[in-house]
Design a protein around this ligand. Structure first.
Ligand SMILES: *[C@@H]1O[C@H](CO)[C@@H](O)[C@H](O)[C@H]1NC(C)=O
Ligand SMILES: *[C@@H]1O[C@H](CO)[C@@H](O)[C@H](O)[C@H]1NC(C)=O
Ligand SMILES: *[C@@H]1O[C@H](CO)[C@@H](O)[C@H](O)[C@H]1NC(C)=O
Ligand SMILES: *[C@@H]1O[C@H](CO)[C@@H](O)[C@H](O)[C@H]1NC(C)=O
Ligand SMILES: *[C@@H]1O[C@H](CO)[C@@H](O)[C@H](O)[C@H]1NC(C)=O
Length: 554
């Protein structure tokens, strides 16, 4: 028996050797595997819609769409105002929603020392609700005019885009960098809703507050807009399919490592960080400045939110003192004209000296370079740029991680508070708050970010992760193509459309999907049993003679 087995084994081994030999022998005749598929007959016209517009909402989508344009698709961008850099994308057709940029962008006027959280959201939701009819018609008209086959909708305040697509029975890809919008899980939350990004180590009461009380507060603030929107939809005879507008696929410009881990269904995919293939080079003037300094701090707060004059002054003071204390030796700060008016005339330094703000803003300080514009990625990638003082916008965070630059984050609003927490959790950033900005605290954190070995290690790790994941924009383009390929699109009316990546839970309902009915039945059985036993016990105690009778019998 043993012999036969070993003979079989020998034959098997010989076969294997022979097989391997044959394989290596024929290597030169191998044919290259082509993984391309037949694109003939795939519908070609894509519409990208963003109500808010602006760089942070439009640019990452365009970097994905650029791949699709290269593959032969026709793409039309529809957004508030004009997105000027769209000229960088040859072949992209741009139309304006006919709204002033201010309409979609009016958090621009949010100048305060409070964070822009859900309480500020009505500032966006109100104009978007008022503009709904107009934007809906515009999306629909454009879609018909350009024979649009698929919509890509930025999901913030952009229901008109999703509704227009649903109404025309066209597939919709929802786009955001904010995972909490697309796939909330019970153990994660976000400061924009008044809770921490992770609830892992929060007390019972904090979880109670975040699970039950905060959502009610958010709903009471934002609910009226949802009602108003539904009324308008009714007036216009627009039926959102189901209660929530239907999105075929959600693409999220983020990645685990930055994002706290959670499971995702196939129809919600992380594709970030999306970064452009090319970036503008450093200007000669800036290059001279940065080359002449060895430890440069780059500071930029985006264009959407501002902080108050008091805070601006503390920030500027900490920059001057960071140079005086040799924590850094140079500072680059792109600062728009309106922001320059947002300072007090003098800085009172901790050593008692006074500095005129205007002289710094006019570039009289030898080591502080104020500029109208800085090519951020190129500055961050410069070897002399050692630290990024940032508002923590998703795009800035991605660029900083890609270039391995530690971050001091002062979040001002939207997703920035959450990003700040996530970056801190990842061990690559320290955070500040607009509510208690303090010059000494800022200086201490700058020193720590520049010196801490653990932070340096984490930066290396995150750099690799960011670089690996920055290739996923091709996957985003693939998935969008797949939607166009998968159906012949007329079948979109059919419920089976894209069933292959929608988990059954969405169709089963909450109770069945979580087997709550089964557990409920089990609970019923257990309670009945316990009830029976307790009843028996109770009866025998209140009537001891029954026990005596029983024991007698036994
Ligand atoms: C792309 O759009 C242009 C201009 O609207 C049109 O001439 C062209 O036929 C379109 N191409 C396809 C493949 O639909
Ligand atoms: C969030 O976490 C921090 C510590 O990381 C804690 O100090 C704070 O109380 C938590 N809760 C909120 C609502 O920020
Ligand atoms: C919560 O605490 C555990 C145990 O100390 C730790 O491993 C984990 O990283 C903490 N989670 C967060 C989000 O801080
Ligand atoms: C600095 O001190 C002067 C008085 O010496 C005062 O007028 C000014 O308001 C102070 N500036 C700030 C920003 O506190
Ligand atoms: C960043 O700069 C280094 C040189 O310091 C260069 O080798 C590298 O290619 C740059 N990174 C990118 C993404 O261009």
């Amino acid at each position: 028996m043993i012999k036969r087995n070993s003979i079989l084994l020998l034959i098997l081994l010989l076969n294997l050797v022979f097989y391997v030999n044959v394989n290596t022998a024929t290597t030169q005749n191998y044919i290259l595997r082509k993984d391309d598929f037949d694109r003939s007959g795939i519908p070609k016209n894509i519409l990208v819609g963003s109500y808010i517009g602006g760089r942070s909402h439009v640019k990452p989508i365009l970097d994905v769409v650029a791949i699709l344009i290269e593959r032969g698709y026709n793409v039309t961008l529809l957004t508030a105002g004009r997105y000027e850099p769209s000229s960088e994308y040859p072949g992209l057709n741009q139309i304006t929603l006919g709204l002033s940029e201010v309409n979609g962008n009016n958090m621009k006027n949010f100048k305060n020392n409070v964070e822009f959280d859900y309480k500020g959201l009505p500032q966006i939701l109100e104009p978007s609700t008022n503009d709904y009819k107009k934007t809906y018609e515009k999306y629909k008209k454009t879609a018909k005019e350009y024979n649009i086959d698929l919509f890509i909708c930025d999901v913030l305040a952009n229901e008109a885009c999703i509704d227009a697509a649903n109404n025309l029975k066209k597939p919709v890809v929802g786009w955001t960098s904010f995972l909490q919008f697309m796939d909330p899980v019970p153990y994660k939350d976000d400061p924009v809703y008044g809770c921490n990004t992770s609830l892992e180590n929060e007390s019972f009461f904090e979880r109670f507050r975040c699970a039950l009380i905060q959502p009610l507060q958010v709903a009471s603030k934002l609910g009226p807009f949802a009602h108003q929107l539904n009324d308008i939809r009714k007036q216009m005879n627009i039926e959102p399919s189901g209660k929530i507008p239907k999105v075929s696929l959600s693409l999220v410009d983020t990645f685990f490592g930055f994002e706290l881990p959670q499971p995702l269904a196939p129809n919600v995919q992380e594709v970030g960080p999306v970064l452009p293939e090319e970036y503008p080079p450093i200007t000669p003037e800036l290059s001279n400045f940065i080359n002449a300094h060895e430890r440069v701090l780059y500071i930029a707060f985006g264009t959407r939110f501002f902080t108050c004059t008091e805070n601006n002054n503390k920030i500027l003071q900490s920059l001057v003192e960071a140079i005086n204390k040799k924590i850094v030796d140079g500072v680059v700060w792109p600062l728009g004209q309106t922001s320059r008016d947002n300072f007090y005339p003098t800085l009172n330094l901790t050593d008692g000296t006074q500095v005129q703000t205007l002289s710094i803003l006019n570039n009289k300080h030898p080591h502080i370079h104020i500029t109208n514009f800085a090519p951020q990625f190129a500055v961050l990638n410069h070897t002399n740029t050692k630290l990024f003082f940032s508002h923590g916008g998703a795009g800035s965070a991605h660029e900083s991680l890609y270039t391995g630059t530690p971050m001091l984050v002062l979040p001002l609003g939207g997703d920035q508070m959450g990003n700040a927490q996530k970056l801190k959790t990842a061990g690559v950033a320290l955070t500040l708050s607009v509510y208690n900005l303090n010059v000494n605290d800022i200086l201490n954190k700058m020193s720590k970010l520049l010196e801490d070995e653990k932070i340096k290690k984490n930066l290396k790790r995150m750099e690799v992760l960011t670089k690996i994941n920055s290739k996923r924009k091709y996957r985003a383009a693939d998935l969008i193509e797949y939607i166009l390929h998968s159906s012949g699109l007329e079948e979109y009316i059919n419920d089976d459309y894209l069933k292959e990546w929608a988990p059954a839970a969405s169709r089963m309902g909450f109770i069945k999907a979580n087997n709550l009915d089964v557990y409920g039945a089990l609970l019923g059985i257990v309670l009945t049993l316990i009830g029976g036993i307790v009843f028996k016990l109770f009866k025998s105690i209140s009537n001891p003679s029954s026990i005596r009778i029983k024991s007698k019998k036994a």
